[in-house]
Structures are given as structure tokens and as C-alpha cells.
Design a protein around this ligand. Sequence first.
Ligand code: DI6
Ligand code: FE
Length: 412
Amino acid sequence: MSSSHHPNADGIWHHLHLMPGALTDGPDIDGDATIVVSEGVVRWIGASHGVPPAFATLPRHDGGGALLTPGLVDCHTHLVYGGQRANEFAMRLAGASYEEVAQAGGGIVSSVRATREASEDELFACASRRLEPLLAEGVCAIEIKSGYGLALEHERKQLRVARRLGETYGVTVRTTFLGAHALPPEYTGRSREYIDLVCREMLPALAAEGLVDAVDVFCERIAFSLAETEQVFQAAQALGLPVKLHAEQLSDMGGAALAARYGALSCDHIEHLSQAGIDAMRAAGTVAVLLPGAYYTLRDTHLPPIAALRAAGVPMAVSTDHNPGTSPALSLLLMANMACTLFRLTVPEAMAGITRHAARALGLQNTHGSLGVGRPANFVLWNVQDAAELAYWFGHRPVRTIVRQGRITAQA
Ligand code: DI6
Ligand code: FE
């Protein structure tokens, strides 16, 4: 499965149909399109009749009229954890709410137990089985959070597994430290001491080991307060690390406005986001990450303020939020479908949500999420006639070819 086993993608990929809005900049290409790759980098992209003669010696790949999109980006996942929580699914079916399950000792804390018990190799093995279907759908960059260890050695274990997944599979992984995800059982009633530990010991140690690309907090009634969130943001800022936030998922805590003050890359969930939060995000250039899988699983009915985000021009990303409690989702295309059907995104919005804006939510906008000369070759050819089909079908994977990090990792 190591990426070096895959053939390199150098060549002239022609007879393609470019998804509108897929280029980093410049107008869309109508008609037959070509993308040229050499040494793993995009060298040229344009109308097929204009391919520069300098590339004539490269091998040619006939795209068969396939749709060409950037590689997909899943910008919010909790992919590395032990166990699973199908039992809670059953509890909720019997009428319990997510908050009630958490208060009954289930929820995040039960995944913490299973994660602490698992070895690094065991976590790698089970996370691999979840990463593979995402990659098979064209994901070329993915964010992976810690937050099920909640103690230095176990958070380290999760983040090390995330890094190892990136190296083994040849996929861009951005790690996010989410030590402030839940209060570990041994700190019950001592939230302040735990946050001190997160800020003074866990985060600095893990950052020094190169394991942290960004810092996140679960800011919610059932998790951490606004003041605790700010304390974590200050610790991140002191280390020069960007922040993001699980904000206003179950209630309006004012988390988005706080995150925006810290220049957050993204605010995620945001079902209960206020207009003041939207304005602050807009001013800070913070991405709104929509997570329809969690909304669906929790049978939430409080829609995120899509029309107001759209009107304000806040970029909207869409992600799986893969996690064992509220979004056991392993298809980013299904999330695009749900973002359209449940949240009323347009198809171009949903597609930008799983490419361009998702890359931006990770600070990867200069390398991922759109197609441009000089970028690493990450793109997907799809057996569909119209880009709308990517959000239209569900339970379908119309992949023809995936080029990830300059290698052909799937070919139908
Ligand atoms: N919000 C979520 O939806 C997940 N974490 C978070 O901060 C849920 C995590 C879980 O239930 O395990
Ligand atoms: Fe999450």
C-alpha cells in the first residue's frame, strides 16, 4: 500500500472535461482539456489544442472524456481512535439524546477508554481501514485530530499514527491537537487543572515533537467554556500555531467570534452561529466548515445559517467530521450530497466545499484544492458527464483515475 508502489503520473492527460471553478485562477476551460504532469508537479493546464510542443515527449494518457477535478480535501476528521460506538447508535434510536448519552458515561469518554487501551500499531491498523475508502474516493489531503487520548502519551500516540498514515499512504495529512475535546474521567470536577495541563504541558511537548499543525477546542456546554477555549488559543498563539474551533454546534456560545479574534483557520459545525459570529468570521477570513454527517446522525433540525454565510461571502467547506460518535461517515461525496439536500448548498458550493475551501480551512490553499501550474499533482478523473453528478449520486463512487502526490493510485 506504500505510495512508492504506484506508477508515477508523469504525462499528458488529455481528452478531459474540466469541472467549472476547478482552476486556481483564470477562466474555466470549455471543451476538451489537458493537464500535463512531470516530476509529480502540474506543468500546464489548458485547452487540448494548445499543449506546448515542449511536452511532446511525455507519455500520453487518454482521459476518455472524463470529468477532471482537483483532489478532494477532507478538512475535519477524528479518524484515529480505538473501538466503535454502535451501541450508542442503538441508545439514540431508543430515544436518548447525544447529551444524555454523554452524561451516562458513554460518548467521547468511551472512545477515550478504547483509544488508551490500543497500541500505536492497533490504532494504525484500524485507522488505515477507515482512511482507505476515503482515499479511494479521491481524497488527497485530510485533517486528523487527536482528542481521544486526553493524556500526553495517548494524544501523542494518536498524532504519531496520523503522521504515519500520511507517510505510508502518500497523502497530505494535517494534524490538529484537540486535547480540549472532553474532560478525562480522572479530572472530573477539575476542568481548570486539565486545561492548565493541556496548555502548559501537553501542547508544548507535542508541538516540540513536530506533531501539531493546528489547535482545536470543543467549545460547548458539554465540553469547554469560552474562557477555557481562549486559554488554549493563547497557548497556541504563543507557539505560533493556527487555531480552529468546534463552535456553536449545540448552542450559541460565542465561540466563532472568539476564534475569529485569534485569526482562526475555520469554525466548524456552526449550526447555532449568530450574525455577529458570521461578521467576525468574514472579517478574519475564517472558513465555515459544514458537517452534515453529524447533523444527520444527531437528527438535528437547527440548520446552519447558510443564506447568511453566503450573503456575507464567508467561504463554506464541507467535511465528513468522521468520528465514532456523531458521524461514522467514510464518504466525502455523500457529505457533498447531504450538504446540498439538507443544507441547500448549490452543487458548485458543495464541490468548492470539498476542494478549494476545504484546503483553505487547513491553510493548504497554495498547494491543494484547485488545479494550477506548479502545484503538486493531485487530481481525479470521474466517469460522469456533468459535475453535478458528483453531488447527485449517493452510495456510488464513479472514480476513473486518481492522481495523488504525482502517482496514479487508482485506475478503473
Ligand atoms: N463534536 C463532534 O461532533 C464530535 N466531537 C466534537 O467535538 C463528537 C465526538 C464523539 O462523540 O466522539
Ligand atoms: Fe468534530
